[in-house]
Design a protein around this ligand. Structure first.
Ligand code: HEC
Length: 499
């Protein structure tokens, strides 16, 4: 009896303290008064159009809250287009896939505590979206095996304020999307590209910090991209704009790389053997390979031990690639004024050999090699250069007329045919582990073709629920987040592939 009374008194005292604390600190953060991060502050003031991009998709439907112990995926299942899912601090070990349009996912950071998606090195991807108008912001994402945030064919995306560490192959990877914004993210320890814009159009990559990755920011087979105000340091390569042959979209052009810090990108390459980025020499500041109309302006590029900027054709940079439909020369590169010093202190491989033929033991600030026409530079004397003899004088002084490459209005949702869906799923998902004629992480696609010839359903069944068939291969992760339509499309695509 006495102890119960004491407990009640004790509880009342605690309650009183709670009320007292609540009162005296009521100006502190309370969960229901946590402000929604404003989308407006991040855009450049005075942009040529007054429409702020991030406002063009709004989430004014229901607000669905997820707290520690809850499931983000369940919230997505319950959500309708226009809803905002707010995730409170806690650890969520999930793979979240979003196949609806106009869903906002917003972490709520309280007193420095982030909602954290932890893949525990067991789960492949944190966020996978195929919807249009997806927002993903304010999440900490750690320890995944595949991707932190991956998009497949979603237009009008916004990915910002995320903190992504060691999420496997890619950190942020929108693929085949149009009109997107990637800003204010911090990404590290990614074994391929930290920010990988693949087969996209009209994407701005702004104010991100990427470090300790193989590739910092990669613009690949993408058009109309602005890479501005980023800090890329201590990667193997800082910023890359290039064409990978063999993909359904063949070109990279109209890329502005402006106002970035590209510093000390000398980390030894730890990319998976056989991947494109595994060939990037440590010490690469900026790499332009087979991309056209790339403008490099007003960056600070220093301490990159191989070269500051490398411009090469595919024959030099990716000699084994063979795609008759990819034009391999970097044409019309423009280098405006940049600050470059202290690059090339320890050149490696071909650059070292070539520089030695010039009686030089240092790598240059700017190194151009192989084909390409129409390139120009504003003031060659500012830099130590190699291979720029046929470059002309730049006809422009700056790019200030281009405030953004995003579009003032959301574009129509992307609709893809079954064949395109198969191709995209194959290159977006399967090709990370399967190549046509050789072993990657999984067996060659031609072997899959032979085993499953004429029976696409058997591929669908396997990828939905894979079993470990071979002693000398790891287990394949289940692909059950793909829609049935995408599974069948990719199965048919694989069976129809030709060498
Ligand atoms: C993370 C790597 C990875 C990804 C991504 C991946 N696979 Fe696999 N896949 C494997 C591995 C590893 C095996 C071999 C498993 C075994 O034999 O135990 C495999 C085996 C298979 C097989 C079985 C072949 C047989 O012997 O019957 C099929 C079919 C297959 N994959 C299809 C796909 C398709 C389609 C996709 C894309 C939707 C895909 N895989 C994505 C790693 C992957």
């Amino acid at each position: 009896m006495r102890s119960i009374v004491f407990k009640i008194i004790g509880a009342l005292v605690l309650l009183a303290i709670g009320v007292f604390l609540g009162k005296s600190f009521s100006s502190g953060p309370e969960e229901n008064t946590v402000p929604m991060p404003s989308s407006i502050g991040y855009r450049m003031a005075g942009s040529s159009s007054d429409t702020l991009v991030a406002q063009t998709v709004t989430y004014d439907g229901e607000i669905i809250e997820v707290r520690q112990g809850g499931s983000i995926q369940e919230a997505v299942k319950a959500a309708s287009p226009g809803d905002l899912i707010r995730v409170y601090p806690g650890t969520y070990s999930e793979n979240v896939y979003i196949d609806k349009d106009n869903i906002g996912l917003q972490g709520v950071v309280i007193q420095g505590e982030w909602p954290t998606l932890d893949g525990k090195k067991k789960i492949n991807d944190a966020f996978l979206y195929s919807g249009n108008g997806i927002l993903i912001e304010n999440f900490k994402i750690i320890n995944y095996k595949g991707n932190g945030i991956m998009g497949q064919a979603g237009n009008n995306f916004v990915i910002r304020n995320n903190w992504i560490i060691d999420t496997g192959v890619y950190g942020i990877f929108p693929q085949y999307g149009k009109n997107g914004l990637i800003e204010h993210n911090v990404c590290s320890k990614i074994e391929d590209a930290a920010i990988y814009v693949g087969m996209c159009d009209n994407v701005d990559v702004l104010h991100n910090e990427v470090f300790d990755n193989v590739a910092g920011i990669e613009i690949e087979n993408s058009r109309h991209c602005l890479v501005e105000n980023n800090y890329t340091h201590n990667n193997t390569g800082g910023i890359l704009a290039f064409v990978t042959p063999g993909l359904p979209i063949k070109t990279t052009f109209d890329v502005i790389i402006r106002n970035n810090f590209v510093v000390n990108n000398n980390t030894a390459n730890f990319g998976a053997p056989g991947s494109t980025v595994a060939g990037i020499p440590a010490g690469t500041g900026i790499l332009i390979m087979a991309a056209d109309d790339v403008i490099v302006e007003n960056n600070i590029i220093t301490g990159n031990n191989n070269t500051g900027i490398t411009i090469v054709d595919l024959a030099t940079g990716a000699p084994k690639a063979n795609d008759p439909n990819s034009e391999g020369n970097p044409d019309r590169t423009i280098i405006l004024d940049n600050i470059m010093f202290d690059n090339g202190n320890e050149p490696t491989g071909e650059i070292k050999a070539i520089m030695l033929t010039q009686m030089d033991t240092k790598g240059p600030d700017i190194f151009a090699y192989g084909g390409g026409t129409g390139s120009s530079i504003r003031d060659k004397n500012r830099y130590r250069t190699f291979g720029l003899d046929d470059w002309g004088a730049a006809q422009i002084t700056d790019t200030k007329d281009v405030r953004t490459y995003m579009l003032p209005e959301p574009v129509a949702p992307r609709s893809v045919s079954t064949e395109e869906l198969g191709e995209l799923t194959y290159y977006g998902v399967c090709a990370g582990c399967h190549a046509f004629g050789n072993r990657l992480i999984g067996p060659p696609t031609e072997i899959i073709q032979a085993i499953h010839n004429g029976d696409p359903q058997s591929i669908v069944d396997y990828i939905t629920n894979p079993e470990n068939l071979r002693d000398d291969y790891p287990e394949m992760p289940p692909q059950d987040y793909l829609s049935n339509e995408a599974k069948m499309a990719v199965a048919e695509y694989i069976l129809a592939m030709e060498p």
